[in-house]
Design a protein around this ligand. Structure first.
Ligand SMILES: [Fe+2]
Ligand SMILES: [Fe+2]
Length: 189
């Protein structure tokens, strides 16, 4: 994504985030800026593997979730939606480095970056703001079945049955997972 687009989208998203009424938000947004959230890719070779890819992914995810949430008339607090969507992949900040080669560029995984995905994102968020149980569940289970692999190292709690249970008990978790997945796989530029 070109620099102008990134700057415009960054301003828009920052102003949305800074309106969230929760202690610690300005500090969180500052940290996200420092750590490169607004310019980072979302992956090295899959979705959003370009400058601003993470920001773009989260914005597409946010727009889709908002539409679906309205369509199904599900309860979802606006502030909560913003926190979960823009926070669910914070683990990716600083996870990649750029290599310029052959007139182009690509990203590589930074081997020194701490391991973890959902839980790492929650840990980063919780340094600044307090999360509700629902928000923690939305972020924890956003990887769906892939999360069982990631989380097997830290907890026996996350397994396929627990996931199925959570999805049937908490419809928003299922919707959150689907919207993340769909925005990664079907809404890429
Ligand atoms: Fe993710
Ligand atoms: Fe994601």
């Amino acid at each position: 994504m070109d620099e102008n687009k990134i700057t415009k989208l960054t301003e828009k998203v920052k102003s949305r985030l800074l309106k969230i009424d929760r202690k610690g938000i300005p500090e969180l947004v500052e940290y996200m800026t420092e750590k490169g959230f607004f310019t980072s890719p979302a992956s090295t070779k899959y979705h959003g593997n370009y400058d601003g890819g993470l920001l773009t992914h989260c914005t597409k995810f946010y727009n889709l979730l908002k539409k679906m949430h309205e369509m199904f008339n599900l309860p979802f607090d606006q502030d909560s939606m913003l926190i979960c969507v823009y926070g669910h992949d914070l683990c990716k900040m600083g996870a990649y480095y750029k290599i310029n080669a052959g007139g182009g560029s690509y990203y590589k995984w930074n081997g020194d970056h701490p391991k973890g995905h959902s839980i790492l994102s929650i840990k980063i968020l919780e340094k600044f703001i307090k999360l509700t149980e629902l928000e923690k569940n939305l972020i924890t289970y956003h990887m769906g079945m892939y999360g069982t692999k990631e989380c097997s190292d830290w907890s026996g709690e996350y397994n396929i049955l627990k996931l199925a249970d959570m999805f049937s008990k908490e419809k928003l978790c299922k919707l959150f997972y689907f919207c993340d997945d769909m925005s990664s796989n079907f809404l890429e530029e």
